[in-house]
Design a protein around this ligand. Structure first.
Ligand code: PBG
Length: 334
């Protein structure tokens, strides 16, 4: 049999692309406001906002302004926000005790948010980097090594203090071994049976976090040291599956892959292999890249951001943490 004398394509893939209506009918993935989680930076003070040089369009907000911003995000239909505190130097310490202060910035913010907007999901970050003088996510020993089990004891206190304040979801982003199990036990033992755990299970030691470290002011403290002995090697994929499996066994409700765009293959594998709620984080460096190109007029911000988020959906993400959340919610309304 030969197709040599066929003068036309047997299948014309372009037919379905011919009209907008048929493109819409065969569209496999959709991005909606339900897919968005907005990260927000909170700081002390009143009526204060600070620009973040490496994240144009993102600001650190004092709690009163944060409440107003959260109100806007809620009105736009965004399901949840993720809180990241900017802690003043005098509150940082070697033991990170401020992390579990019941009247700390995060704990006060959560209480105020839950009171003003009970229906808005509140996600808190469980990790010690905003609270340590050295900027590592855990406690360090004399050699500067982040000590696992001692750190977990503090993370458990931190997570409980967030749950006590009313956090809906605690999100350990520290990459210590065994912390999900320890936190789950503590939550169960303290009647927080419905507090969800979003585990940053596959969190890579990425250079795309640079602008975030500027935003929370941990970059200077971290100096030349890195997080390579607890965050994952960007070269690895099987290892991410083991991390996910462990966190699920220990009681995670949702898992996270971070960063996002350069790690879509990991998101895809996680969703395929585990079929659990899978979130992704379009991190600060990804935001900075897209924003910088948009500001320069090199890329169309709206088109390129919507495309990037659709790609997360196609890969298998159920939701995406993105600094573009508010803009996207506004674009989607039109
Ligand atoms: C730290 C933490 C980081 C981010 C969220 N939580 C940075 C780090 O691991 O140093 C990065 C988020 C971003 O880059 O947008 N616990």
């Amino acid at each position: 049999m030969s197709y040599n004398n066929i003068k036309f394509p047997l299948t014309r893939m372009r037919r379905m692309r011919y009209n907008d209506f048929s493109r819409r009918l065969m569209r496999e993935n959709q991005l909606t406001v339900d897919d968005l989680i907005c990260p927000l930076f909170v700081m002390e003070g009143s009526r204060q906002r600070e620009l973040i040089a490496s994240m144009p369009g993102v600001e650190r907000l004092s709690l009163d302004l944060l409440l107003e911003e959260a109100q806007l995000l809620f009105a736009l239909g965004i399901p949840a926000i993720a809180l990241f505190p900017v802690i003043s130097r005098d509150k940082k310490s070697d033991d990170a005790a401020e992390a579990y202060n019941p009247d700390g910035l995060v704990q006060r913010s959560v209480r105020a948010l839950k009171q003003a907007l009970p229906e808005l999901g509140i996600i808190t970050d469980v990790a010690l980097d905003p609270f340590t003088t050295h900027g590592q996510d855990g406690l360090i020993n004399a050699d500067g090594y982040v000590v696992n089990d001692e750190t977990i004891a503090v993370l458990v206190k931190q997570a409980l203090s967030h749950a006590n304040a009313g956090a809906d979801i605690v999100a350990p982003s520290d990459m210590m071994d065994g912390r999900i199990g320890a936190i789950r036990h503590a939550l169960e033992a303290n009647q927080h049976i419905n507090t969800r755990i979003l585990a940053y299970s596959a969190k890579y030691a990425s250079s795309f976090y640079g602008p975030f470290r500027d935003a929370v002011g941990s970059a200077g403290n971290l100096g030349k040291s890195n997080k390579h002995n607890y965050q994952m090697d960007p070269a690895n994929s099987d290892e991410a599956m083991r991390e996910i499996a462990l966190d699920l066994q220990e009681g995670a409700d949702m898992v996270m892959v971070k960063p996002g765009m350069p790690y879509l293959d990991i998101i895809y594998r996680v969703k395929q292999e585990f079929g659990v709620p899978t979130f992704a984080y379009q991190v600060s460096g990804e935001y900075a890249m897209l924003k910088a190109a948009a500001i320069n007029g090199w890329l169309d911000e709206r088109q390129v951001v919507l495309e990037s988020l659709l790609a997360f959906k196609r890969a298998g993400s159920d939701a995406v943490l993105t600094y573009f959340a508010k803009s996207v919610a506004q674009w989607l309304q039109k």
